[in-house]
Design a protein around this ligand. Structure first.
Ligand SMILES: [Zn+2]
Length: 333
């Protein structure tokens, strides 16, 4: 039986339906809740968020259910009780993350945390629950700190994530695909097969030319085209934006090279950003309103679209623990 952890309980992968693999209910830097300009009442946050999730649920109806993977992680505004309430109200499955967006967004409390401590923390959140919420995390977030280079804490977080993934079976997704060699080395050293890792933001405007796509593909990792919709054509685009056609053609190149099994797509939108204005006009629903029509116009068929948003995602999110008895590939064999 397949199992996926959502904030309202563990379900079968067959129940996920259409999956947006990297999204945010609300992401903010640690401490944003202390800024009085950006302090939103719970009512204001609900008002901004519920219609977007309801529309997501409606848009996903042809595929059955709707699943929103919340990529915020520890320290950046993760709020499990709030996610539970949103999921209950809107009928959208929400998968929460353990882990950190990057070492540089971890609070000072975690600065000196050891790999063993971090592994225990991640495994606890996936197998026992997050705080007193009763909800279990379904995926592990890791990332590269600002500066496009992995720092010491980033590396400890990646190693702990690899160990926690082997123990709990939860997959890993990364913030950024740059400086990937240390990550690939860590996953190899820890015996975690790279198809359990989604290297994210491979499509963003600032990472182009800095990603070793060949090394990632050769490792068997999954590649995330997960910033769809941050288009430079928007009235006020963010610094990581990219021309819509350029991103689309990049994605199509992977599809036409027969890499569909290795790629995943999402929008990385915020329903209600925390402590920053967000990007106006960008929501998870871009996937239905722009991306899928763009793919269809390029001759991409329903089977490929189902693979991207239903089958790849279900396979990736399914908990797959590796026991020590599981034979591991060994160098030289
Ligand atoms: Zn994100």
């Amino acid at each position: 039986m397949t199992r996926v952890n959502t904030v309202l309980g563990t379900i079968s992968a067959a129940e996920l339906g259409f999956v947006a693999i990297h999204e945010h209910i609300g992401y903010g830097m640690p401490g944003c809740e202390l800024d009085s300009r950006w302090w939103k009442t719970p009512e204001a946050r609900y008002e901004e968020t519920v219609p977007k999730l309801r529309l997501f649920r409606e848009n996903a109806r042809p595929w059955g259910a709707a699943t929103f993977v919340e990529a915020t992680g520890i320290c950046n505004g993760r709020d499990i009780d709030y996610y539970k309430s949103l999921s209950d109200k809107t009928g959208v499955h929400i998968v929460a993350s353990t882990g950190f967006v990057g070492g540089d967004t971890a609070l000072p409390f975690f600065e000196q945390a050891s790999v063993e401590y971090l592994t225990d923390q991640f495994v606890h959140e996936i197998t026992v629950g997050i705080g007193k919420s009763g909800a279990k995390a379904g995926i592990i977030k890791v990332g590269v700190s600002r500066g496009f280079k992995m720092k010491a804490l980033d590396k400890r977080i990646y190693r702990a994530a690899a160990r926690a993934s082997r123990i709990s079976g939860a997959p890993i997704f990364t913030h950024l695909s740059v400086d990937s060699q240390p990550a690939l080395d860590i996953f190899a050293e820890e015996g975690l097969p790279c198809h359990r890792v989604l290297f994210g933001h491979a499509d963003d405007g600032v990472s182009q030319g800095k990603i070793n796509e060949q090394a990632l593909l050769a490792s068997g990792a999954r590649i995330g085209f997960d910033t769809f919709g941050y288009d430079l054509e928007l009235p006020d685009p963010p610094f990581w934006g990219r021309h819509r056609q350029e991103r689309l053609q990049h994605f199509l190149r992977f599809l036409r090279e027969g890499r569909v099994h290795q790629i995943l797509a999402s929008a990385d939108a915020n329903c209600s950003p925390l402590g920053w204005p967000g990007v106006k006009g960008h929501t998870v629903n871009y996937l239905f309103e722009q991306l899928i029509p763009d793919l269809q116009a390029e001759g991409i068929g329903a089977e490929t679209i189902d693979k991207l948003f239903i089958r790849n995602t279900a396979e990736f999110l399914t908990l797959q623990p590796f026991s020590d008895a599981t034979p591991q590939p060994h160098p030289g064999v």
